[in-house]
Design a protein around this ligand. Structure first.
Ligand SMILES: Cc1cc2nc3c(=O)[nH]c(=O)nc-3n(C[C@H](O)[C@H](O)[C@H](O)COP(=O)(O)OP(=O)(O)OC[C@H]3O[C@@H](n4cnc5c(N)ncnc54)[C@H](O)[C@@H]3O)c2cc1C
Length: 319
């Protein structure tokens, strides 16, 4: 059995949950087994059912007031109960903060190998061999996994959301949940914007933008394309943009369909967070900038002149 740890926000599954189920369903096919999706929190029945569209034959829901805050220790205990109950052999998490915090606990508990940052299906399931990226995406290695249980974290947007409809059986799991050891005092949620991790198109600016006052064009292009905005680390360090937008080795790792890198040199630490993008478009005055090695389309020139023209052209295409 493949167990998927899904994530929801206010009772709605995040896109990554559908991707995880799609990926899990493809591995289940290779292993000739089934997918159980675990939902934690207050999620309505029709929402639970939606996971069936991507191949979850069973959706297990655990809902308890003590799970309203993500306490890694308590969540890991809850997931462990499901691992035991459904005799899961592969447990899948997203390769995000939550997944990376909980997956090692599951790995330690079950003496299971933990393979972080996978993006492709196993090359074989007997023996279990899977490819993962190393050195911030500069290289990849094939890992042979010998443990009976395997824990994997999947890079977001690496596999995609794939429909494989089955009738999902919904099951409620009644567990005794411990009181969380942490308390959330305040929560702030960005509204009205496309979340960076979910964005299909990301428009990102670097130090070549010269100042935080020059972001109107980036925001405008992102809005027209229904995309998200991002930046390089120096930009957020300077306070030109919020830290939540910083992508790279020490920031968010994203893999949109299109990544616009505007005035970004393309340092290895930056590419570590964006190199999985399906298409990279770069604008830079320096034809030797490393971003052009990673880019699919490159424009050598001043971003302050080219961006307004690009916006006009995109507007024409959209009208
Ligand atoms: C441990 C460590 C972790 C790091 N983690 C990250 C990370 O997570 N993310 C990250 O981004 N960085 C990270 N960095 C920093 C990284 O090494 C680079 O310094 C940084 O990515 C450079 O940002 P930049 O490209 O915006 O700026 P710069 O390197 O200053 O590049 C600016 C670019 O803009 C171009 N330019 C200038 N003017 C124009 C113009 N008018 N029009 C078009 N182009 C123009 C220049 O040719 C240049 O290529 C990390 C560094 C370390 C040591």
């Amino acid at each position: 059995m493949i167990l998927i740890y899904t994530q929801n926000w206010d009772g709605k599954f995040k896109k990554l949950s559908y991707e995880l189920v799609s990926y899990g369903a493809a591995i289940a096919k290779q292993m000739n087994t089934e997918v159980v999706a675990l939902s934690i929190g207050n999620v309505a029945n029709n929402e639970l059912q939606s996971l069936g569209k991507y191949g979850a034959s069973k959706v297990v829901s655990v809902n308890d007031p003590n799970l309203s805050v993500v306490d890694n220790k308590i969540y890991a205990k809850t997931i462990s109960e499901a691992v035991n109950k459904y005799n899961a052999k592969v447990i899948l998490f997203a390769n995000n903060n939550e997944g990376k915090a909980i997956a090692p606990r599951i790995s330690a508990k079950f003496k299971a190998a933990l393979i972080t940052g996978v993006g492709k299906l196993p090359k074989s399931v007997e023996p279990f061999v899977i490819c993962k990226k190393v050195y911030t995406g500069k290289a990849s290695v094939d890992v042979k996994v010998n443990s009976d249980i395997k824990v994997l974290t999947l890079f977001q947007n690496s596999f995609g959301v794939v429909e494989a409809p089955v009738d999902a059986e919904i099951e409620t799991l009644e567990l005794t949940i411990d009181t969380p050891t942490i308390k959330v005092i305040e929560q702030s949620k960005s509204t009205g914007k496309v979340l960076l991790n979910d964005a299909e198109i990301v428009v990102s600016g670097g130090r070549g933008m010269k100042s935080g006052d020059n972001w109107a064009g980036i925001e405008q292009l992102a809005e027209i394309l229904n995309g998200g905005t991002a930046c390089s680390r120096p930009v957020s360090d300077e306070g030109w943009r919020p830290h939540g937008e910083h992508v790279g080795q020490t920031g968010k790792i994203i893999a949109p369909n299109v990544y616009f890198a505007l005035g970004i040199s393309g340092a290895i630490q930056h590419l570590g967070g964006v190199s999985n993008s399906k298409c990279i478009v770069a604008i830079n005055t320096d034809k030797e900038a490393p971003i052009f090695e990673a880019a699919d389309y490159g424009i050598i020139g001043d971003v302050h002149k080219i961006l307004p023209e690009l916006i006009e052209e995109v507007k024409k295409l959209k009208s």
